[in-house]
Design a protein around this ligand. Structure first.
Ligand code: GNR
Ligand code: NI
Length: 177
């Protein structure tokens, strides 16, 4: 269990295509535990392994981590889920737009349009296979996280102009810090 530093742009590791997990063992469960700790510490709703520098196809999501800056989410409400080797099987024609953020592009947000629903299969921490049709914020978050496993960031889905604005604002923010 550890809170680890989050890899931020323009770190080239964020552009790697992560490798599938061959066997869901204790080392993977340790990785998941570190990812969950790091996600909560950063107040994120999801985290891909590459965001802590590990190029494996592992992600964690807990949509309920929506808290104010100075308020810790009570342990009791936490419901982190691990998704190992997740695959999108199909997506809806219907689209939806969310204002997305990313812990690797701190404090920057932009509207991203993606399929509103997706059918996904994955392995859990015990190596058991699951399949489900996701919608709403979970569908968006899952697509955002699977993008990370393929070296794709939310800013790749917006216009060049908006992307340049996000990068500029981040540079300005870092300079002021
Ligand atoms: O914390 C996060 N919030 C978020 C909001 C809208 C769409 C996607 C996300 S994921 C993000 C955490 C993160 O960077 N995961 O990779
Ligand atoms: Ni992200």
């Amino acid at each position: 269990m550890a809170v680890l530093p989050i890899v931020e742009i323009p770190d080239p590791r964020l552009r790697l295509v992560s490798e599938p997990v061959e066997k869901v063992d204790d080392s993977i469960r340790d990785l998941v535990a570190d990812m969950v700790d790091t996600m909560y510490a950063a107040h994120g709703i999801g985290l891909a392994a590459i965001q802590i520098g590990v190029a494996k196809r592992v992600l964690v999501i807990d949509l309920q981590e929506r808290v104010t800056e100075d308020e810790e989410k009570p342990e009791a409400i936490r419901d982190p889920r691990a998704y190992i080797n997740p695959e999108i099987l199909s997506v809806s024609d219907e689209l939806s737009t969310y204002s997305e953020g990313c812990l690797s592009i701190p404090e920057q947000y932009a509207e991203v349009t993606r399929p509103a629903r997706c059918r996904v299969k994955w392995l859990d921490e015990q190596g058991e296979s699951h399949e489900a049709e996701l919608d709403g914020l979970l569908a968006t978050c899952m697509q955002h996280e699977i993008d990370h496993l393929n070296g794709v960031l939310f800013i790749d889905h917006i216009s060049r102009l908006k992307r340049d604005m996000v990068v500029k604002k981040l540079a300005k923010m870092r300079k002021a810090a």
